[in-house]
Design a protein around this ligand. Sequence first.
Ligand code: KE4
Length: 443
Amino acid sequence: MKAARMAATTPRLTRAPMRNTTVSTALFERAQSLFPGGVNSPVRAFKAVGGTPIFIARGQGARVWDADGNSYLDFLGSWGPLILGHAHPDVVAAVQAAARDGTSFGASTEREVLLGEAIRAAVPSMERMRFVSSGTEATMSALRVARGFTGRHRFIKVEGGYHGHADTLLAASGSGVATLGLPDSAGVTPGAVADTIVVPFNDEAAMQAAFEANQVAAVIIEPIPGNMGLVPPRPGYLPALRRLCDAYCALLIFDEVISGFRVSRGGAQALFGVRPDLTCLGKVVGGGLPLGVFGGQGDIMSAVAPEGPVYQAGTLSGNPLAMAAGLAVLRKLDQAAYDRLDALGQRLEAGIKEALATTSVPAQFHRVGSVFTLFFCAESVTDFTSAKRADVGRYARFFHAMLDRGIYLPPAQLEAGFVSLAHTEDDIDAFVAASREALVASR
Ligand code: KE4
């Protein structure tokens, strides 16, 4: 009886149309002679899923078109920045207007003050800040400030947390480092990571033990890790970190490069009610242009040169185009925008869970607002160790089955997908319909 019911409800596998990849394949060949792996960031190389990476010709709203003219609904969103979707008219107009006034001056502009004020109003813990050009620069600089301010060298990060590719932060990293199975990066000297202490995520006792055994300058953490796939913190975990940092006079650094302006206007710190000493932003705040920000408590930020002894600088920092894009995006992000993102996320979650049930595929679906990961494993995922138990081979098959059905996902299991304000209910339903087939196809 059960088998008969299963047969009736299990979706039949529809063959996806063959995609033409001639141009992408030719471009990838040329790119491989130029760039290591044919790419300018490892996660783009499809190493975790196999096959030839697509070359994107253009994007509009929720869609991208590759160099062969195939179109996809985009649930990667440039790895997080594109909360409004591709080429939003307001962002394009703002960048064009800024470019007409000159692309860079190496001097201050009004747009920096305007964006700085908008960020402080949204994220009050960032009393003072500095603009940089990437998330990597933001975390690297925040850490230097924490060390300079406290006069201590050691800091704690969690396994599977990714904070960009600065030497000291590359130990036990998530994202591409984990995907490529690298324990750590070659070229990082033992000295560079000698003061990096790594503990498991969501483990308060391990954190406490690390504090007891070391003089700690700071804890740096993604409050909602997205680089071991999306793994939310256990209730009470972030407040416990705050208490530990206070008790041991260490700084709490939230790397909100993914979660900032994404999970709420005030980021994860607003969502969980935990105020960090320093915050790192990137992705959404730059509206798809190269921008990172670090900032925090006024007296801590006074340690930064030229006010204080911690050096930090950048030729293109506060770039007018990035400021203009950031301002245009932030203007759109009111509560209604976050409610809409959550509603779309809920629709996706309900659809996927129903598809998982009808196909009897063992998987865990994690979501916070518009950020999500589908882990192919039967057991719950709470940290890096459990995330790594997911079936990456199955994810690879699922990824390609989705791509063949016009849905573009992160090309690795240990990453997060993103819904944008450009997605419609129909787009979400298309995702769910494709995944119903892809779940069967990926068996
Ligand atoms: P960038 O230097 O790549 O702008 O930001 C580094 C960074 C810092 N902190 C967090 C929480 C991040 O997620 C990132 C970058 N994320 C990766 C993928 N999840 C970006 C994609 C890539 O490496 O190409």
